[in-house]
Design a protein around this ligand. Structure first.
Ligand code: HPA
Length: 271
């Protein structure tokens, strides 16, 4: 990766009207409806953005949106890149570097995850307080990383404490259950075995998913305040495990969507 690659993409998006954004939002599985609350000014397919990762067939709907949300100029990533699709960690996190270079000062991330902590229920939301990277690599492990920021990036508090406090207060005011927990990121795309779920519990994870951690590491590299919320779509009980039901996971994420939208919109209004 070079600064020039980032500059080319930034210049292209500037020219298209992505001017002075304050907020960046990454939308996860089944959370796409937030865009209905965005007054969209510009909409570009990932395939049309120079240097964005080359799209897979599945990814033709991936779009970068620019507009106003709660009075704030916002960039929304509708669809994200995953390690399990064959992208590298550097490719997955390239958009975060571009958004930061465009000027965002906060990054809000959502995802779908499985509940390892069995006191959490299907459909509940969880605010990420910390994470465990089990993806077997780092988005910062490349030759010239120090050109872009500190190689030995500190991770003592990867999720912004002020934003997290605000989000917890918003949840309380709106009577939304928002747990605060630890997210473990795995590569996927296969789901976990019973023994892997047991292992995840033992090492201290409250939830497991296949995304988010690379973006959060890069946000920390760029000293960009970041916050992430999971919708818990299934309960990962190793002693009572049923075959995975992807349509159900997507349906649960969809049902929880109004809560997620309330949290994200209200937080943006307070930024
Ligand atoms: N494991 C990994 N990723 C997931 C899960 C899970 O159980 N549920 C939703 N995303």
């Amino acid at each position: 990766m070079t600064q020039e690659t980032i500059n080319t993409t930034v210049a292209f998006l500037h020219e298209k009207g992505f001017q002075k954004p304050q907020v960046g939002i990454v939308l996860g599985t089944g959370l796409g409806q937030l865009v209905n609350h965005l007054e969209i000014e510009v909409e570009i397919n990932y395939t049309d953005i120079p240097n964005f990762p080359v799209s897979t067939v599945e990814f033709h709907s991936g779009k970068l949106l620019y507009g106003t949300l709660e009075g704030k100029k916002t960039i929304v990533m509708q669809g994200r890149f995953h390690l399990y699709e064959g992208y590298t960690l550097q490719e997955i996190t390239f958009p975060v570097r571009v958004l930061k270079a465009l000027g965002i000062t906060s990054l809000l991330v959502s995802n779908a995850a499985g509940a390892i902590n069995l006191s959490y229920k299907k459909g509940d939301l969880m605010l990420l307080d910390d994470h465990i990277n089990l993806q077997g690599g780092s988005p910062l492990a490349f030759k010239n990383v120090s050109v872009f920021g500190e190689r030995f990036t500190d991770m003592c508090a990867p999720y912004d404490a002020t934003l997290n406090e605000k989000m917890l207060a918003i949840a309380k005011e709106n009577n939304i259950v928002l747990h605060k927990g630890i997210y473990a990121s795995v590569v996927g795309p296969q789901l976990e075995t019973r023994s892997e779920y047991r292992y995840l519990k033992i090492i201290g994870a409250d939830a497991v998913g296949m995304s988010t951690v690379p973006e959060v590491i890069v946000a920390n590299h760029l000293q960009l305040p970041v916050i992430a919320v999971s919708v818990l779509t299934d309960e990962c009980d190793p002693d009572n495990l049923k075959p995975v039901n992807i349509p159900e996971i997507i349906a649960v994420a969809g049902e929880a969507e109004p809560k997620m939208i309330t949290l994200f919109k209200t937080l943006v209004s307070q930024l």
